[in-house]
Design a protein around this ligand. Structure first.
Ligand code: PMP
Length: 406
């Protein structure tokens, strides 16, 4: 097995060396967004300093260069996801836009009265609300799949809910609240027996788990660049070749057409069909740099490091009086959502912030998941490859300090 040192990653990420409230920053809000290595920041500067151009039009050198970079980004995303080829990848703003695209493009064409969309209770709002919107218009139903006592998707209930009415199953590859990783491959295989499509929300998974969309059997896979060390405003949607080929336009404009007249407009082939208007070209440049950065590490060693750090954090946090962790499943990415007896989550986050430690408090855009635990809000520490056990120690010592102060 290879080796990985968090110091190698930390050295690349300038923001990790700033202070907050007089303390060295401890960034434990990685599930909300990740910090950017200088390789990404420098790629953006280089692009705007020497290469900025619109793409796909204008027969000049820089337009060609920008087009090549954009398409290199598409190929890199395809290979990162284990996809069949670049034509399976459409660029979008992020996971939210990818899911809305599928709801509006695929959903509008394929959903009708009496059809079911199965959505686990665990899902992020961005994997619930777009389905509710399109279900309302098409008179389909959004059917929640319950969680079991451990906070995992109830597989027996899932099998029961699946039927020939099921047109789509929408599941996260990893939960942003519990960190749990459901058996996506098995769930996908089961859905396919009923000829249902499966959308996998990879927002939380991509930075932590190697992804192979073909092995998962996903029909759609969505992620956001900003959770993967890339800039905000860029993300990708994968669709299996047959599924991609059948997608209809969802927004109209430049770039997505073949020819336009007032009598008849014809469209570019997918994925370009899905990318109306000028895309986030510098975002793709940054995403490409981020993928190159992440894949420069031995990913199996990174996963092993994160698992060990997660195990350390779980044990250390369990020693804080009154602290309860949500979700006990063994198979998890490094997300620790917790409550602290006697303190509301906002107070906890505020206290930690005074010590320079960034965690999120709130409903984490997953109100049904928190409601499963009888909660409206919780605090969340989420780890990334550049976090260290010393940072976990600072979190735990600050939490102990809060308990002692009250
Ligand atoms: N799904 C999951 C599981 C997420 O964690 C997030 C981001 N918190 C999203 C979707 C939405 O991602 P974005 O806001 O980047 O579109």
């Amino acid at each position: 097995p290879g080796t990985f040192s968090p110091e190698a990653a930390r050295g690349d990420v300038p923001i990790l060396h700033r202070t907050v409230n007089g303390q060295p920053l401890v960034w434990l809000d990685n599930a909300a967004t990740t910090q950017k290595p200088r390789q990404v920041i420098e790629a953006l500067t280089a692009y705007y300093s020497a290469a900025n151009s619109n793409i796909h039009r204008g027969a000049h050198t820089m337009a060609r260069e920008a087009t090549e970079m954009y398409e290199a980004g598409r190929a890199a995303v395809a290979s990162f996801l284990g996809a069949e080829g670049p034509e399976t990848i459409a660029f979008v703003r992020g996971t939210t836009e990818a899911i809305n695209l599928v709801a509006q493009s695929w959903g509008r064409a394929n959903l009708g009265p009496g059809d079911d969309i199965l959505v686990p209770v665990l899902e992020h709002h961005s994997d619930i609300v777009p389905w509710q919107l399109i279900a309302k218009e098409t008179r389909a139903r959004v059917v929640p799949v319950p969680l079991d006592a451990a906070g995992q998707i109830d597989q027996a209930a899932y099998a029961d809910l699946l039927s020939y009415r099921t047109r789509l199953v929408a599941i996260s590859h990893a939960s942003n609240v519990l960190g749990t990783v459901p058996p996506v491959k098995e769930m996908t295989a089961l859905a396919h027996r009923y000829d249902a499509r499966v959308l996998v929300d990879g927002a939380q998974a991509v930075a932590h788990l190697p992804v192979d969309v073909q092995d998962l059997g996903a029909d759609f896979y969505a992620f956001s660049g900003h959770k993967l060390f890339a800039p905000t405003g860029i993300g990708a949607l994968y669709a299996r070749p047959e599924v991609m080929a059948a997608l209809k336009p969802w927004q109209g404009g430049g770039n997505m057409i073949e020819s336009v007249s007032f009598d008849r407009t014809t469209f570019a082939p997918p994925p370009h069909l899905l990318e109306a208007g000028t895309g986030h070209i510098s975002g793709v440049v940054g995403l490409l740099a981020a993928l190159n950065w992440l894949t420069s590490f031995d990913r199996a060693a990174v996963t092993a490091y994160e698992d060990a750090l997660m195990a350390y954090a779980e044990q250390a946090m369990a020693t804080v009086p009154g602290l309860s962790l949500l979700g006990a499943a063994p198979d998890r990415i490094a997300v620790l959502t917790f409550t602290l007896a006697g303190h509301d989550p906002a107070t906890v986050a505020d206290w930690l912030d005074r010590d320079g430690i960034a965690v999120r408090a709130g409903h984490h855009c997953a109100q049904p998941a928190l409601a499963h635990y009888g909660l409206e809000s919780a605090a969340r520490a989420s780890l990334s490859l550049y976090n260290t056990s010393e940072e976990v120690d600072r979190l735990v010592s600050s939490l102990r300090g809060l308990q002692q102060a009250s």
